[in-house]
Design a protein around this ligand. Sequence first.
Ligand code: PMP
Ligand code: GLU
Length: 398
Amino acid sequence: MDKYLSGRVRSMVESATLKMAQMARDLKSQGKDVISLSIGEPDFDTPDHIKEAAKIALDEGFTKYSPVPGLVELRQAIVKKFKNENGLEFNTNQIVVSNGAKQSIYNLCMALLDPGDEVIIFTPYWVSYSEIVELAGGVPVFVKSTIETDFKINPKDLIAAIGPKTKAVLFSSPCNPTGSVYTHEELGVIADIIGKRDDILIFSDEIYEHINFGSKHASIGIFDAVKNQTVTINGFSKGYSMTGWRLGYIGGPKWITDACTKIQGQVTSGANTFGQKAAITALEGDQTPTQEMRLAFEKRKHLVRSLLMDIPGVKINDPQGAFYLFPDISFYFGKSYQDYKINNSEDFAEFILKEGLVALVDGGAFGADECIRISYAASEEELVESIKRIKEAVAKLS
Ligand code: PMP
Ligand code: GLU
């Protein structure tokens, strides 16, 4: 019956992160002792005070449709957050709350892209960027970077990628999958390049803002050169460990947020109401759990990184944010063990899953086939055990 599916869905690739997470769940339910370092999801529970706020909101009757762009009180809290934490100035009507940052990005692409419009995506990139751009009829243009430059793009490559059809530039910092964080100065260089063209938008995905081990988080939207053409994307999934709540948001020019609201009004009506009440508490309440999670992630990064450095042939950088490591494992390409032959990162991930019982995500899904993504949002015990398993598995390859 596949022929009845739309061309749009037939040409779409399934989310590699969600697929690997499901494979790990399936193997576990078959009794296999699999450790999943596949999905990017904090392993901590949502802090209690945020859960309490949702329970109170339910009891108070926040069970009806929300205004399409979000509860006014939440949008006011987001305006304050953008101002105080990021130095970004918005009015309440320049904020749209959606069912996760993923939907925020979808709204943006649907609102802004016509068929053939190009979106420059800094590569390696989060798996859903290219698929969402294509779903909206856009054409992804990849500006690549490698481990040698800490996975940060060369401004010259960005200049070379800009053409008459460029409509937007999309990237995350801190970055999924590399963990790299662009500094204020580096963002300034990018802002100067894009600012020369007032018809190119910047979609700045800052969802890992709170998981930053180095300097203070920097937002590209504060630069005058691009202030009026930047949309800042953020959400509650990572910093507040609220992945299942499905809450994300954008702040940007009103003509764009109006368009996203229009789309959202026809597609989802808006985000869930009692969750939005709890999101206000997330932003305005105690930030200690967020800081504690950041410290735990930083400790784990050091742990996993040092263990990985002990595996022959693995090249690794020292990312300053998010909860991913993205080592280059291309040393193992061309090697084999029994029926396994490793020709690319997908083969490597499959081998590690089947021989080592550790679920990772292949770098190819993020536009960097020489790498593999390890999410270290897991307990220290699981992390130590899984790197041991990976080490033992690759030792079999020759
Ligand atoms: N952007 C990036 C870079 C991500 O890693 C994620 C994680 N899923 C998202 C956006 C979407 O987050 P959510 O939809 O859970 O808010
Ligand atoms: N962002 C996370 C990841 O990359 C969550 C899964 C997803 O939505 O892709 O694993």
